[in-house]
Design a binder for this molecule. Sequence first.
Ligand SMILES: Cc1cc2nc3c(=O)[nH]c(=O)nc-3n(C[C@H](O)[C@H](O)[C@H](O)COP(=O)(O)O)c2cc1C
Length: 324
Amino acid sequence: MTTPAEALAAAARTSLHAPSVFNTQPWRWRIAGDTMTLRADRSRALAATDPDGRLLLLSCGAALHHARVALAAAGHQAAVERLPEPGDPDLLARITFTGEKPADARAAGLVAAAAVRRTDRRAYGDRPVTEEQLTGLRRVVEAEGAYLHTVRPDQMPMLGISAELAGEAERLDPAYREELERWTARPAHTGDGVPPSTAVRPALRRVPVRDFVPDGQAGLDAGDGYDAGAAYVIVFGLSDRPADLLRAGEALSALLLTATADGLATAPLSDAVEVEWPRQLLRGLLAGIGEPYVAVRLGYPETAAPLPAAPRREPADVIEIVAR
Ligand SMILES: Cc1cc2nc3c(=O)[nH]c(=O)nc-3n(C[C@H](O)[C@H](O)[C@H](O)COP(=O)(O)O)c2cc1C
């Protein structure tokens, strides 16, 4: 018989697969009996790239969603309180194990997807993402309390320009360059950061992909595709309040895992929301009705060549189990 603490620990381990900005994995779990808490780890914040910590909260939300899905897949029932202590804003969630229920097959599919999902920065091919797939993904995002906008063909140039402007502004910012270099040259034992082997060499793209190693050599060639069949979506919400950002991170995770389970390759794009003017342009794509949180490219890879995996931190460095 699995104890509540064991069930929660297994869910926390699944959350280590979650995507995070620069692969910073800025969260910590603490398990005590039948309760587990999720904390933001501000020592992993990106002061230059993400000074307000919006991408940090999205990343933590993705970890929270991974843990929730793992519990549901294993047939565990849990109550989730988000930002439970107003005086302790880094305490992002408290999950309490409340009992057993039938295992959720859909959640099991998402847990399987979590283990194989990788950010694929290469160009995708001509095969289009269908309206039906996009509608399904929009529902999944809305079920998590956020919104999804599919960038229309007439809006594509503006998305491309936004990413280009943001990339240019960041390239000229020494603090950004220093931060990028730090997180792309991490020693292997840290289990974090974006290894150049997973980055893509610059090429002409419909929407530019972040150049992670401007002074070095990225490991991946963009390939023969032109992202012609790719869909670009924007996860957005009503405000930049922490509660909305945490929810949006859960929605981002639901989107990425559902798309992966559906055979799609995925790549988040956040540079355009990191710089104020491009972010303003993205607000325009949403007709001013919301705050853009992160864009995602979805599609079918042009190549079957395997993608190298990004590293992950050791469970013992992220998950604390307290004896009670
Ligand atoms: C909030 C957020 C923003 C991200 N922004 C970008 C981005 O702008 N460009 C990019 O190539 N990847 C981006 N990523 C993907 C991460 O770099 C990636 O998740 C991390 O390096 C771990 O790799 P994996 O997704 O293959 O496991 C983002 C991920 C998150 C959660």
